[in-house]
Every structure is written in C-alpha cells, then in structure tokens.
Design a protein around this ligand. Structure first.
Ligand SMILES: *[C@@H]1O[C@H](CO)[C@@H](O)[C@H](O)[C@H]1NC(C)=O
Ligand SMILES: *[C@@H]1O[C@H](CO)[C@@H](O)[C@H](O)[C@H]1NC(C)=O
Ligand SMILES: *[C@@H]1O[C@H](CO)[C@@H](O)[C@H](O)[C@H]1NC(C)=O
Ligand SMILES: [Zn+2]
Length: 522
C-alpha cells in the first residue's frame, strides 16, 4: 500500500508540475497573441486632426520639371569627390558654391534667409520663422561624394548624370545630392510662392561627410553652439523606403533612423627582435598576431538583438508579416534569442544582432628571409546600441588574451543616443505624417543606421536626430550606394522635392495633436 500510495503522490506531483507548465505556456501564448494583434503602429498619428499648415500646394508643371531635373543633373556633374581628409576636390566645391547661387536665386536673395559659408566650402542657411517661440529644426545633407571610376562597370559615366530608362545615373544621385538639391529646390519654390515659415529652421550642407565631417559638420555645430542654438530635431540622410527588400514584409516600409551604431578602429601589433629565417623562433610576430586575429573572428561580440532600436523596427513591422513571423516579431521578449540565431547567419542581418568585427588591414614582413620584427593589423568594429566603446575594448582585450599583442584604439565613439519615436515626438511624427500623406500604403517604422552620418556631431544640440530621405530602395539598390550604377528615378527625385516642400510646411504646427493612443504595452 505504502508503495502504491507514494507512487500516487509522485504521479500527482508530476501532474501539478505538468499543469503549471501548461498554464505558463498558455499564459505566454495569450500575452504573445494579444501583443501580436494589439500593436497598432499608426496609433497616435491622427492624420485628420492635424492643424493644417501645408497651405501651399506644389503642382509641378512641365517647365518646372525640366528645370528641377536640369538643376539636379548639373549638381551631379560637379565632381565634389572626397578621397581622404586631405584629398578633397576644392575646385569642384567652389564650383558647387557658384552653381547653388545660380540655381536657387530666391534662396540666396530672400530677406528671410541668411546664408554663410562654413570652413570655406560647407553651407549654413537660417530661414527665419515668424514665431520665435517655436523651437527651430535643422535639415542636413552633404555635398561631397565618394570616388567613382567608370571602368568599374558603370552603365553611364559616373559624373555624366545620363538618363537611362527614366533613371538619372551618377555618383551622388542617392548619397547625398538628392537631399541637398531637394531641400534647396523645395525652399526655392516655397519662397517664390510667398511662403514665410512660422517655425524657423536651419539647412546645413557639409562638404566632407565622406571623410568624417571633421571640417564641415563639426564647424557648423561649433558655430551653432557659440550662438546658443537648440534644435527641436535634426533630419539627415540615412535610411530610405524599402520596397521588396525585406523578405516576407507586405508592402513598402519607410524606416526612420533613430540612432547610429558606434564605431572603433583598433590597431593590434606585435614586436620582437628581428631574426634570420634560418633560425626561426618557435613563434613569429606574424604567428602571434594571426592567432590573435583568429580568436577575434572565432569569438564574435555577444548577441544583443532586441536591446537596441532594432526591437522597435521589428515590433512596428510585425503586423505586415504573415504568420508565424508576425507572431515571432511581436514577441521579441520571448523570441529574440531564437531570432538572433537566424539573423546572425547573414552578414547584412548580423549587423543588427551585435557589434561587428572586421579585420581590414594586416601588414608584416619586408623580405623573404627575415623574420619580421613587427606585425600589425587593423580591426574595424561597429558598436551595437546596447554596448559602449569601453565594453568593446575590454572584450577585445580578454578575447585576444595575450600580453604580447599591443592593443591601441586609433579612433572610436559610442553608439549615438536613441531618438524618440513616440506620439509626443515632434520630429518623428512630422516626418511620419509627411511620408504617409505622400505614400499612404507605406508603413513607417523606426530603424537603426549601421553606417554613420554628419548628424552625429549634433547630439548636444538636440535629443532627436532622424536619418531618412524618401528614396525608394528596391532589391539590389543598396549595392549602388558607394558602389557602381548609383541612380535615382526622375519621378523619385521629384518626390524628394515635394517631400521637403510639405515637410517644411508641416513643421509650422504649433504642437502635435493630442494623442488617443491605442498602443497597449504589456
Ligand atoms: C492655413 O489655412 C488654414 C485654413 O484656411 C488656416 O487656419 C491656417 O492658419 C493657415 N496656416 C498657415 C500657416 O498659413
Ligand atoms: C575637380 O573638379 C573639377 C571641376 O570642378 C574637375 O575639372 C577636376 O577634374 C576635378 N579633379 C579631380 C582630381 O577629379
Ligand atoms: C579656408 O581657406 C583659407 C584660405 O584659402 C585657408 O587658409 C583655410 O585653412 C581654409 N579653412 C578650412 C577650414 O579649410
Ligand atoms: Zn552620405
């Protein structure tokens, strides 16, 4: 009896355990389901309830279309190339300055606009608002481009602005002369139509973004700081409208960058007395350094997916996926470890999962029969939002784990702060409204930039920096950026002009409409 009695008790015990396990699963599933179907991402926007400030409409007629395209093409033809910090084409930058004055006469002559050159080649515009109580904002773009060589396989010469099948080809058509020209063209048209903003704003055009912005953006920031300027938000280049790029996503998505990954360039080096190759030591500088580099590659930085703004991207886009992705993406609190392992398999999605480690240079040795006294390697890391530069350096130190390898930080910075994307966030909501007014079928979601922009220097002037322009990216287009056959469709360039034309007017609202949020965060 005792025997069977204890068996019964064990059985009952197991049953209780099993039931509570089942209840936990059911509960998790219920919470997950509620989240899957309750994240209403357009909540809070209330398009209909916005104060109307976009009173001037832009109808582009045939003649204006010719004119704005001619201006844009001329901008592309000026080779404002930045090769290195000391090798920039100052002749082209001067020519670009003359060109801007010619292309946008109203901008340069309006009494509302103050223009100044910064660091000789960058431009800063202040457009005065009629209501000084409205905190100004800033539109940023950059004039310089990365080099391009026709022989790399361009279908049209990279500084020709040639038209092929409705597209304008050329270096800078996306990065970043379409915003440069789009912003100024929009302002030109607004001024011609008698527009005077309520909310003042700045336009900053850097001339050396592609080589770190040490002169242009940095000096613009210095000047604004000296004048005690604070900005409600900054809008710079960065993300775009992705159409058919994200597998499984239904419809296009406009991703607005809330932050940028940090960056670090680290030099690893090993030195020892040189020797003859006939009597080699057991380990050479090359061997020691190679082993260290291999350890870094074999031990990637920890998975941090779900701890940065990429989480918001997934949650905002979840409802545009079919099941089971919808379910998984709405419930990153449960699934991020699983998703991390899927995303890390491909380099482009791995970038969202962790701080990436790229060994970019490796130098040692001068002669076949000499054991080199010195070997060095450079490692470029892009730091995930949930990690700091210091944490990354500490991890490199412990992974290398060899006192003979000297580790030096060449340059680096922490990930940028994460800008807000909630219903009270003026910049985000205005950008979102402007996108939705133009493209009602697009889903707007926060994103993260894995590259860096000039806007990173502005973090002391504002809490909210957004990185976006309404350039349409289809599959394969991302490779054009800094690659060959960079291009934009004529229609898309025109859309950029209209976008900035509306955005500037949308910024004139006194305040955002009261939100009636239906987002229930659990
Ligand atoms: C735009 O028009 C509306 C309605 O006519 C008016 O109330 C509003 O003040 C105008 N806004 C501006 C910025 O002119
Ligand atoms: C620099 O730009 C000018 C046009 O402004 C161009 O004629 C010249 O070839 C460019 N220099 C280089 C090295 O590309
Ligand atoms: C601007 O140009 C002047 C004269 O050409 C030069 O001395 C100065 O260093 C330049 N400044 C910058 C920031 O390039
Ligand atoms: Zn750029």
């Amino acid at each position: 009896m005792t025997d069977s009695g204890s068996k019964f008790r064990i059985f009952r015990f197991l049953k209780i355990i099993f039931c509570s396990f089942l209840i936990t699963i059911l509960l998790l599933f219920t919470i997950a389901s509620i989240r899957t179907f309750s994240l209403d991402v357009n909540a809070g926007l209330q398009l209909a309830r916005w104060e109307q400030t976009n009173n001037i409409s832009l109808v582009i007629d045939h003649q204006q279309r010719e004119e704005l395209l001619a201006n844009f093409k001329e901008a592309i033809r000026i080779p404002t190339v930045s090769v290195t910090q000391t090798d920039i084409n100052t002749t082209a930058l001067r020519e670009f300055d003359r060109f801007l004055r010619k292309a946008f006469p109203s901008v340069f002559s309006s009494s509302l606009v103050r223009h100044e050159l910064v660091a000789n080649y960058s431009h800063l515009f202040w457009v005065q608002g009629s209501q000084p109580s409205l905190v100004p904002y800033m539109l940023l773009a950059h004039i310089d481009v990365v080099p391009a060589t026709e022989s790399d396989g361009w279908e049209a010469p990279p500084f020709s602005a040639q038209e092929i099948d409705g597209f304008i080809y050329g270096r800078g058509t996306i990065d970043d002369k379409s915003p440069v020209m789009g912003i100024l063209q929009a302002l030109e048209y607004l001024l011609i139509r008698g527009y005077a903003p309520r909310r003042g704003f700045y336009i900053g055009l850097g001339h050396d973004e592609e080589v770190n912005g040490f002169h242009g953006a940095k000096n613009i920031v210095r000047i604004l700081k000296e004048r005690g300027v604070q900005l409600s938000f900054v809008l710079d280049e960065g993300l775009a409208i992705l159409d058919g790029v994200i597998t499984g996503l239904e419809g296009p998505a406009a991703l607005i960058g809330l932050s940028e990954k940090g960056s670090a360039t680290v030099k690893l080096s090993v030195s020892m007395v040189p020797g003859h190759s006939s009597m080699p030591p057991r380990e050479s500088t090359i061997g020691i350094l190679s082993a260290a580099v291999k350890r870094l590659e074999d031990n990637p930085m920890p998975r941090l997916f779900g701890y940065g703004p990429e989480r918001e991207t997934f949650e905002h886009l979840a409802h545009k996926f079919g099941l089971p992705m919808k379910f998984i993406m709405s419930n990153l609190w449960l699934f991020s470890p699983l998703l991390s392992r899927i995303l890390e398999r491909k380099p482009d999605t791995n970038a969202f999962v962790r701080t990436t480690t790229a060994v970019t240079m490796f130098n040692a040795g001068v002669k076949v029969n000499i054991i080199p006294s010195h070997a060095e390697a450079y490692v470029n890391l892009r730091i995930h939002s949930a990690q700091s530069l210091q944490e990354v350096l500490d991890l490199i130190q412990s992974t290398v784990g060899d006192q003979r390898v000297k580790i030096e930080l060449i340059n680096g910075f922490d990930p940028l702060p994460v800008s807000s994307a909630d219903e009270r966030s003026l910049g985000f909501q205005i950008i979102k409204k402007t996108v939705l007014d133009m493209f009602p079928t697009v889903t707007v979601a926060p994103g993260i930039c894995i590259g860096n922009t000039d806007s990173r220097y502005f973090k002391d002037l504002t809490n909210d920096i957004y990185r976006f322009s309404p350039v349409w990216f289809k599959p394969g287009d991302a490779q054009r950026f800094h690659g060959i056959n960079e291009r934009i469709s004529k229609k898309n360039y025109e859309e950029l002009v209209v976008f900035y034309f509306s955005l500037i007017q949308n910024c004139d609202i006194q305040k955002l409409p009261e939100s009636h949020s239906s987002v229930h965060e659990l």
